[in-house]
Design a protein around this ligand. Structure first.
Ligand SMILES: NC(=O)c1ccc[n+]([C@@H]2O[C@H](COP(=O)([O-])OP(=O)(O)OC[C@H]3O[C@@H](n4cnc5c(N)ncnc54)[C@H](O)[C@@H]3O)[C@@H](O)[C@H]2O)c1
Ligand SMILES: [Zn+2]
Length: 350
């Protein structure tokens, strides 16, 4: 078992432990008042696999439990689902001492977290991530959101969970592609903040040490979030590979997953970094080999011009320059402003 403590606007523990799904109630009882109500929000896939472990565990700990299940997938991270969740919370008469349990991947965590942030002007919630990506990234740090037709995550709030409980046994049922999305984010953490973590990812066979690897990732995220909870500066570093990654996701109409986009985004940035003389080709080759070894894509096949367009619509652009995160050697990242035209030219050359 590993515990990482977060000291943000809310202080909370992240507990990473195999088999902890059955202990969710016991862990909750150190944070939420016994006798209060727990509203579990999850998707249909996760519900069919794990709800029957979480509900009895919460009941046994003395909570009244109600659950709401919505269809899995990014399309559910919508205003429609959110309003159905509000209706459910009202029907179940949840009040301030009660809490929400977000059981699932990043879609559940983001949506249930935003419901918690806004229902009755905010009630407490806990995250129970069941995807690798949610474990290393979305369940920690307090960013919650839904998508609207104009774009992803455009409506949201900073709202920290009061507890995170991650049972890595749940990863056994993840489709390989979904697991690999978490791998891409983990490689990202190594590249930006920790050479040993990157080297560990290069070695492969990560399952035996998955709890330690997650603890490492979330401590990195914790350190960043504690310094810049509301994303005014340093937190941008966590977006390494994401500006181009998001653009790839967008131009492919999301047929490329988030992790796949991030993987290709990191590699494109490494190639730009090489052109700019920030590092040798050896770093790009190491990154490429690492990404490939987990079955993640290494090459963006589509039109780079279209990609450039998509990037320029990205919110990170300010005036005629674009701020990007470069890694000069594993473990050390820098935010660098590039002239937009130079960026587009370099992108065409890589
Ligand atoms: N808030 C943040 O800081 C943050 C950070 C990164 C990503 N995100 C968001 O996270 C979302 C992506 O998260 P995700 O990749 O976890 O997606 P997801 O929640 O859609 O999960 C992926 C799929 O796996 C299924 N699933 C979940 N756990 C399972 C398990 N243990 N076994 C089998 N199937 C399982 C789900 O039902 C779903 O179909 C995006 O909406 C993204 O915007 C948020
Ligand atoms: Zn990401």
């Amino acid at each position: 078992m590993k515990t990482v403590h977060v000291n943000a606007s809310v202080n909370y523990d992240i507990i990473i432990e195999k088999g902890s799904l059955n202990k969710v109630g016991a862990y909750a009882s150190s944070v939420f008042k016994r006798g209060s109500k727990a509203a579990v929000i999850t998707d249909d896939t996760v519900a069919s696999l794990y709800l029957d472990q979480v509900v009895p565990s919460l009941s046994a700990a003395g909570y009244t439990v109600a659950s709401y299940i919505f269809p899995h997938g990014e399309d559910s991270k919508s205003a429609e689902t959110l309003f159905r969740v509000y209706d459910f919370l009202i029907e179940e008469q949840l009040t301030r001492p009660d809490f929400i349990v977000a059981l699932g991947g990043g879609v559940v965590g983001d949506l249930a977290g935003y419901a918690a942030a806004t229902y009755l002007r905010g009630i407490r919630f806990m995250q129970v991530p069941t995807t690798f990506l949610a474990a290393v990234d979305s369940s920690v740090g307090g960013k919650t959101a839904i998508n609207i037709p104009a774009g992803k995550n455009l409506i949201g709030a900073f709202w920290q969970p009061s507890l995170v409980v991650c049972d890595t046994e749940t990863f056994k049922t993840l489709p390989a592609v979904t697991f690999a999305d978490g791998v891409a984010e983990t490689i990202k953490y190594g590249m930006i903040f920790s050479a040993p973590l990157f080297e560990r990812m290069e070695q492969g066979n990560i399952m035996p040490e998955i709890d330690e690897i997650i603890a490492h990732c979330v401590s990195i995220k914790r350190d960043v979030v504690e310094q810049d909870e509301h994303d005014n500066g340093l937190r941008m570093i966590l977006n390494y590979g994401h500006t181009l990654g998001h653009a790839i996701e967008k131009v492919t109409n999301h047929s490329v997953t988030h992790g796949q986009g991030v993987a290709m985004g990191m590699l494109l940035i490494a190639k730009l970094g090489e052109k700019l003389g920030y590092h040798s080709s050896a770093l790009t080759q190491r990154l490429e080999a690492c990404i490939r070894s987990y079955g993640l894509p290494t090459h963006y096949e589509g039109s780079v011009a279209e990609l450039g367009e998509a990037v320029l619509h990205d919110k990170k652009r300010s005036g005629s320059s674009i701020r990007l995160i470069f890694v000069k050697e594993p473990g050390s990242a820098e935010i660098i402003s590039l002239d937009v035209n130079q960026f587009l030219r370099l992108l065409r050359e890589v």
